[in-house]
Design a protein around this ligand. Structure first.
Ligand code: ATP
Length: 226
């Protein structure tokens, strides 16, 4: 089968989207020679507390980022469903729509470590590859935690890890590529927390996103800090 160029997919709550989402994926995509990445905000996060900002605001912020980077485009199918779903549901739909396109799901090292808690994770690996971006100084080798989890992760990597990203172009799914991207220590929760306590977040976000947050009064300071 003649394969199409690979498509990157980067899912998240994006509450709000920040530099730690944007730059590692730009770098990872360049290393893997992936020319398009869909940014896919989720409707309701499956692994954590509900989002603070509305789906509409989170999608709008993603669209603002996409307007500035030709690599990215907004993928709203998860939000449009309007009910809680899992990454695997969206990946199935995308796979059906693009049967000859290798799909590369971008995740941070924290998400790789908790992969085994994801809904139908083995099915996910039959639908897409994973491209892993470093997070919080955490290279995959330096991950800490429950030893069963680390052993399971090592076994998975022994089977699935590839070192030459060309492999992502030559098959539809099933590989894991650790992109060794530069670490950016930032998270949406830290940004929300700093905004609600009136601290600066300029270093963590594109200026357009900060403007949007201010114009739409998202993540407002709590009464204690006014
Ligand atoms: P929160 O702080 O609210 O938990 P978050 O900053 O982790 O949010 P998400 O939208 O939940 O952001 O993350 C989506 C994806 O982005 C996940 O795969 C996560 O690992 C990855 N990611 C988030 N921040 C970074 C970062 N600083 N570096 C690399 N990957 C990141």
């Amino acid at each position: 089968m003649q394969l199409a160029p690979p498509l990157g997919i980067f899912g998240g709550t994006f509450d709000p989207i920040h530099n730690g989402h944007i730059y590692p994926v730009l770098e990872g995509a360049e290393k893997a020679n992936i020319k398009k990445v869909a940014l896919m905000p989720c409707y309701i996060p499956s692994h954590k507390n509900p989002a603070t900002a509305s789906s509409e605001d989170r999608l709008k912020m993603v669209q603002l980022v996409c307007a500035d980077y030709p690599l990215f485009y907004p993928e709203s199918r998860d939000i449009n469903r309007g009910k809680p779903t899992f990454s695997v549901d969206s990946l199935k739909e995308i796979r059906e729509a693009m049967p000859t396109t290798p799909l590369c799901f971008f995740i941070g090292t924290d998400s790789l470590q908790n992969l085994f808690t994801w809904h139908k994770w083995p099915t996910l690996l039959s639908l897409c590859h994973f491209v892993v971006c470093e997070r919080n100084g955490g290279s995959v080798k330096s991950l800490k935690g429950n030893s069963d989890n680390l052993l399971q992760l090592q076994a998975l990597l022994n089977k699935r890890q590839i070192f030459n990203p060309i492999a992502l172009h030559n098959s539809l799914a099933g590989h894991i590529y650790i992109a060794n991207t530069q670490t950016l220590t930032v998270s949406s929760s830290k940004i929300r927390q700093q905004l609600t306590s009136n601290q600066s977040v300029d270093a963590f976000l594109p200026p357009k996103i900060l403007d949007y947050i201010q114009q739409h009064k998202l993540y407002q300071p709590s009464a204690d800090f006014c």
